[in-house]
Ligand binder design. Structure first.
Ligand code: ZN
Length: 339
């Protein structure tokens, strides 16, 4: 696709930069970028990617908008509370730049679906908050040969790096077997809105460099940001010779067989079936409208009864609020979906 007169006008200040030419804008317009996680990092990154005019932006997220998200997740409005994030994101971002084609994927990214969900991406940008999900993305990016812009931010501190298959090390070379610390979540220690905006800006700058065929600045480097001290440090990182992830030919993992229940940052639970279900949301709405107050949206359904609120998406994943025990969440989900 080539830029027309309106597109050239829209991007005139970017084109005025001394090292950006019309062909670079064209490259950006022909790039498919996937943002995994449309939360604290993904939201400001999506704002910037949309304004810069990336041709196709795929958004993968499994959560619904919560009131506590709005302090930092700047692509959502107050009226979006309760809506699946991917749907609210696409509705709001489309108004910002109608030239961008959006793909909304309401799903949990896992090791057994990441290869499929990231297929066709030129660049993957990290907006995740769990190491398991990042490991899945890392492996799938190696499988497809896609550059992966990694970032993690919490409290006042963040790390960023860009992993390029067959060129730099991978996420596993950097973090080894490190696991998430359950005490260190944004619910417990919080996260600075300014930090997230800074980190997202740097991720997007790396994405632009990749899209226009220039060397990203954080390939083979790790940047550490501390906004409390306002310090930016970066240092070289090496590929691990014996890395069990990027050192071997990547393979397709086996499909998981169980329904997974994970706690989200907003203290609700996410339920993910082993395979995409393609639910008939109208039928489920009719089946449960005696027991629950049912709200239908374009591609989701919310069922409410007292404290319990279940937001169900067409692919079969759901966000459950108001229950404390994962077994109760699973039982509630199984009953509603009838599996
Ligand atoms: Zn590696």
């Amino acid at each position: 696709m080539k830029p027309n007169a309106k597109t050239l006008e829209r991007h005139s200040r970017m084109l005025a930069l001394r090292d950006i030419e019309e062909k670079d804008l064209e490259s950006i317009m022909n790039t498919t970028i996937t943002v995994v996680g449309a939360g604290g990092l993904g939201s400001p990154a999506l704002r910037l990617l949309t304004s810069i005019g990336f041709g196709t932006i795929r958004i993968i997220d499994h959560d619904v908008v919560d009131l506590s998200n709005l302090q930092r997740q700047n692509i959502y409005n107050t009226e979006d509370v309760g809506t699946p994030k991917v749907d609210a994101a696409v509705a709001n971002l489309s108004k910002q730049n109608p030239d961008v084609f959006f793909e909304a994927v309401a799903a949990t990214i896992r090791s057994d679906n990441a290869i499929e969900l990231l297929n066709g991406s030129d660049i993957v940008l990290d907006g995740l908050d769990s190491m398991d999900a990042r490991r899945a993305v890392n492996a799938a990016c190696l499988y497809h040969g896609i550059p992966y812009i990694y970032a993690g931010a919490l409290e006042y501190y963040a790390n960023i790096s860009t992993f390029i298959p067959n060129k730099t090390g991978c996420l596993h070379c950097l973090i080894g077997d490190m696991q998430d610390n359950p005490e260190n979540t944004c619910v417990n220690v919080g996260v600075s809105t300014s930090l997230l905006a800074l980190v997202a800006s740097i991720e997007v700058r790396e994405a632009v460099l990749l899209a226009i065929g220039k060397e990203p600045k954080l390939a083979g480097r790790l940047m550490h940001i501390d906004v409390e001290a306002l310090s930016f440090d970066s240092f070289e990182i090496q590929r691990m010779d014996s890395c069990p992830v990027c050192g071997i030919k990547p393979s397709v993992p086996e499909k998981q067989s169980e329904i997974s229940v994970t706690m989200l940052c907003s203290k609700s639970f996410h339920v993910s079936p082993p395979e995409e279900l393609n639910l008939d949301l109208d039928e489920i709405a009719n089946q449960w409208d005696n027991k629950y107050q049912v709200t239908k949206r374009l591609r989701s359904l919310t069922l409410e009864s007292g404290e319990i609120k279940v937001t169900l998406m067409g692919r079969g994943n759901a966000v459950v609020e108001g229950l404390k025990d994962p077994d109760e969440v699973l039982a509630c989900y199984r009953e509603i979906v009838n599996i």
